[in-house]
Design a protein around this ligand. Sequence first.
Ligand code: GTP
Ligand code: MG
Length: 200
Amino acid sequence: MLDVETYFKLIVTGSVNSGKTTFVKTISEIEAFTTDEMATEDDVMQLKQLTTVAMDYGRRTIDDDIVLHIYGTPGQERFDFMWDILVVGAFGVIFLADSTDKPSLEKTKNIIAFFTERYDLPYLMCVTKLDLADSIGYDEVVDFINQPQIKTIPLKTIDPNECMNALVTFLTLAVQKEEDTESGDDNGIDGADLIANIGN
Ligand SMILES: Nc1nc2c(ncn2[C@@H]2O[C@H](COP(=O)(O)OP(=O)(O)OP(=O)(O)O)[C@@H](O)[C@H]2O)c(=O)[nH]1
Ligand SMILES: [Mg+2]
């Protein structure tokens, strides 16, 4: 049976092509499960051939007590029903914002509003593709998204160290949120234990 003490479900979401599937594949210790299919919509086909239609899944063990089950969502808004399905039981959400695609950031804002207006969870935003020549840069993305209450970091999703840093940053936020919530539900993370073990 599922051990809820060690089952931590983390959602990775963001607009089409922002790097969700790449992040899950890079961070997973098992071969990631993906549902990429040929894109059928014109605006998506201009960006890429394959797009996630249901979910990505990967797993990453942090220590004996913490195993992260990481679910990437589809990016297309026509699959937004999957966002509500995937978030059930999740203990937090990572948003990816594509720094090479300014028009997509309007959609990123919509996705952030979709989750934050419905769910009170720890949230982290990661700005992707800063290593590419057509990136508009970290500061311009952060200014445009304009969500100062959401912690934001840079993330090259093809880099395992940067992906691990994103997980550690997220887990630290989750611990802080639990400690700040006086009567809050226990999300099962022992903060001191976590801080002692993450990154090992
Ligand atoms: N150089 C670089 N390439 C990246 C980065 N993140 C993603 N990519 C590339 O961007 C493309 C799209 O990445 P995906 O992981 O498929 O994006 P996605 O968010 O899952 O896309 P959808 O499922 O269609 O919404 C791939 O070619 C990745 O290799 C990054 O930080 N740096
Ligand atoms: Mg994908």
